[in-house]
Design a protein around this ligand. Structure first.
Ligand code: ADP
Ligand code: ZN
Length: 520
């Protein structure tokens, strides 16, 4: 059978999408390929079809052990002879798959990467006929990325052991750095690179200021996504549990998913989410990689993702079926403070920390942009776009206001607090001082005697938090050390002493308007 016949007869599709056809022909002809394609783009067929057309078994390396059973079941359902080898199997099950492989009774064999470090597996593979190696989630080889798996580094040896077997590496992560790192580490320099557009036109991107996140989420679900399936991401296990409970109490069917649940519960919740309609999965980022549920109508983030790559991948799980879907993120000052603290506390060298900070800053820039979110996202991946008409900044262009004076007030307050050498204060103390609040802590440190005490009554508490957040995002303020102390940066001196102007987004009223605006 040729590739089109396989597409029709085995998979039941009429035509290839995007670059699929070219990729498939290239690999069938024995060429190496590096495929960058967004989630939902159809990467699987790019190696599944060549595995069926070429002689021998297609060996698929994937880190997604939890999904292998499902993937293999789905393929067997289509009549494809598929099997997998990973650590969840007992020796008997493994021996059966090995026997099938050796007897030439498999079309596809899924392997966890650590299997290839076991000499026995390598010897097994050497005794059979291999059609190709597919390296799925190839960004896991990148130390710069957010999903590094040491076992992936060993995959560079595949080429030496099997110089004549074509290799196809696939990922939905596409920054230039990751792209280059994959090519280098997997020795795919000579491979053909297929780079698809990363635009997901059916996803509406929205980023809103965080006030009462659970309530805001509930409102979103009630007003726009009643009865829809969706994923809600939270940073901590605790907030996953609380949010799932909160949704349940308010009539939304929700399930929790995080690494602290036992594997049985996790597997059960995952399979319910995949099989039942209209369930909301509340999860940490441990959930979702490789999940193929086409009708996820929304992805909501209650906490700021750590990087734009992460944000893109997580939001990319919405709308794989091409129908309108929402990517909604609530973010606030506390997110910035908390993430800076996590970076400061993190293990690893200075260089590693600088990377994390760069990731965070790119994410903040996306949150605070006054331009089209989609254009910003695509630019991050080195691609260009035009204002999309289907993101919050396009639908309701944010007004900016001259925030220079409030910025100066915040910065001079922090300057004064910093000169009290041994004391460390966070954003809350500065805001209390600006608002003229005589809290116990203000009185204890005589901060009601400061010249800045009470000079900020033009804004309320949430207004000031917005100012501090935007100063952080613009690099005009930094968070430091164990107590998340606010600190001036070289750029903040320009605001204080050189008359540098500060533009800020006007927020509160805007968020309300976006809800009612509809894409053109
Ligand atoms: P990815 O791995 O890139 O996230 P998948 O390979 O899981 O994407 O494909 C996403 C969805 O699109 C799947 O439901 C798949 O069956 C479907 N699909 C892929 N290629 C085609 C095609 N040529 N025609 C129709 N549907 C397709
Ligand atoms: Zn836009």
């Amino acid at each position: 059978m040729d590739s089109h016949e396989v597409l029709r007869r085995v998979f039941g599709y009429d035509s290839f999408r995007g670059d699929q056809s070219e990729i498939v022909e290239h690999v069938i002809a024995g060429g190496d390929a590096l495929v960058l394609m967004p989630t939902g783009g159809g990467k699987s067929l790019c190696y599944q079809i060549p595995s069926l057309v070429r002689e021998g078994v297609g060996v698929v390396v994937s880190p997604l052990i939890a999904l292998m059973q499902d993937q293999v079941d789905a393929l067997r359902h289509l009549g494809v002879r598929a099997g997998f080898l990973n650590s969840t199997q007992d020796p008997g099950e493994r021996a059966m798959v090995e026997a099938e492989f050796l007897a030439g009774e498999l079309d596809l064999l899924y392997l966890a990467p650590e299997r290839l470090r076991v000499e026995q597996t390598v010897r097994l593979l050497e005794r059979g006929k291999i059609a190709l190696f597919a390296i799925d989630e190839a960004h896991c080889v990148s130390q710069w990325g957010h999903d590094f798996r040491p076992d992936y580094l060993a995959l560079s040896h595949l080429h030496e052991r099997w110089p004549d077997v074509p290799r196809i590496a696939l990922t939905a992560t596409a920054t230039k750095t990751t792209h280059e790192e994959i090519a280098e580490r997997l020795k795919l320099g000579a491979a053909r690179h297929f780079v698809a557009s990363f635009d997901r036109p059916n996803i509406q991107y929205r980023i809103v200021p965080k006030n009462e996140p659970k309530k805001q989420l509930l409102e979103l679900l009630r007003n726009e996504h009643a009865g829809d399936a969706g994923i809600v991401y939270c940073l901590s296990r605790n907030s996953v549990e609380k949010t799932a409970e909160f949704l349940e109490q308010n009539g939304v069917r929700a399930l929790p998913y995080h690494a602290g649940l036992d594997s049985g519960t996790r597997a059960r919740n995952q399979s319910r989410f995949l099989r039942e309609d209209g369930l909301v999965m509340v999860a940490t980022i441990a959930f979702g990689m490789g999940i193929d549920k086409p009708d996820v109508r929304f992805v909501a983030h209650l906490d700021l993702p750590k990087s734009v790559e992460g944000y893109y991948q997580e939001t990319g799980r919405a709308g794989r079926d091409g129908l309108p879907s929402t990517a909604w993120l609530a973010y606030g000052l506390q997110d910035v403070v908390q993430q800076r603290k996590m970076i400061d506390d993190s293990e690893g060298d200075q260089q590693h920390r600088r990377r994390l900070i760069a990731h965070l800053e790119a994410m903040l820039a996306l949150c605070e942009t006054v331009e089209c979110r989609r254009v910003q996202l695509l630019e991050y991946f080195g691609q260009t776009g035009v204002p999309c008409g289907n993101c919050d900044t396009c639908l309701v262009p944010p007004e900016t206001w001259d925030g220079t004076v409030p910025a100066q007030k915040v910065l001079s307050t922090i300057y004064r607090l910093r000169s009290e050498r041994r004391q460390k204060f966070g954003a809350g103390q500065s805001i209390d001082i600006l608002l003229g609040r005589k809290t116990a802590k203000v009185i204890q440190f005589d901060h009601d005697g400061l010249s800045v005490f009470g000079i900020g009554t033009e804004l309320n508490e949430s207004g000031w938090r917005g100012v501090v957040r935007q100063l952080l995002a613009q690099g005009l303020l930094a968070v430091e050390g164990e107590y998340s102390t606010l600190a001036l940066t070289p750029a903040s001196e320009e605001v204080l002493y050189q008359g540098r102007k500060v533009l800020m987004r006007r927020e509160a009223e805007r968020a309300a308007k976006v809800k009612t605006a509809k894409p053109k």
